[in-house]
Design a protein around this ligand. Sequence first.
Ligand code: AHR
Length: 315
Amino acid sequence: MKRKMGFLIVLAAALLLLVPSLTAGGQKDDGSLTVGFAQIKEDSPWRTTETNSVQQEAERLGIELKLSVTEQAGQIAALRDFIAQGVDGILLAPQTRSGWDEVLQEAKDAGIPVVMLDRGVDAPESLWVTQISSDFAYEGRVAGNWVAEKLNGKGKVAELFGDPAADPAILRSEGFMEVMASFPDIEVVESKTGEWSQDKGRQVVEAWLAAGVKFDVIYAHNDGMALGAIDALKAAGMDPGDDVLIISVDAIKAAFEAMERGDMNATVECSPLLGPLGFEAIMKTIDGKPVDKYIINPDGLYDLDNYKDHPTMGF
Ligand code: AHR
């Protein structure tokens, strides 16, 4: 009897020791968490603001953050590194929509929840926890309706595309074209990638102007490229915001400043302040609580009439 009791005590002690390691990933005994963030390497104020939002929230919550900023191949390597280090959760801003299945399966096999931050992927929903982003097709439709109204249903539009492999660029174009389909007298005369970058956006518009392309509106998939377009139009002696109307997406502070100068006409909001929602999703998952599959930010359109109403006057 005594031997049996002794065995039971040893077994109970062993189970108690096991409990902390069953909680999640590499969660430490003191309950503190480590989270990896695979951010996209992209030179834009929007992305810097998003990185800051994640860093600030990690600091506020006392979470150890492992930050990696690279292009897609590097992001996959970063995820593998996070998995090897046994992080408790991963925030992923996926540069492209495709190419994630294998590494997401590896994270799932390791029991590490992955949250899609700011963009979606085409990997099975079972491999990731939630997508926290804007509704990009909606943003495209908002821009499309604005253009149709300003042109009174007739005119020429040039589209500055983001990265053609990226979820927001694909959907912003689809949403925009959906609206254009109802306006046969609006012609989309050009559509070319400016790779989300101000400099590339400028170069693309310079090339259009040099080739004699005529357009009434430029629709840019982000404010950075719109600012590049403004540079190109000014360099060609044109008056952006007047000779050519400019609408884009993001609502960064520089876009509002361009509106104040009369260079830009409108921007559709896309919030980069995603850190709090990202960590909340990871912590809920670790605690076994349900998380919505899609957490979509409500976005508004800002132009000269209402940009001062924006809660942070741009991101
Ligand atoms: O995924 C969000 C988009 O990505 C932002 O609109 C853009 O600026 C960034 O490149």
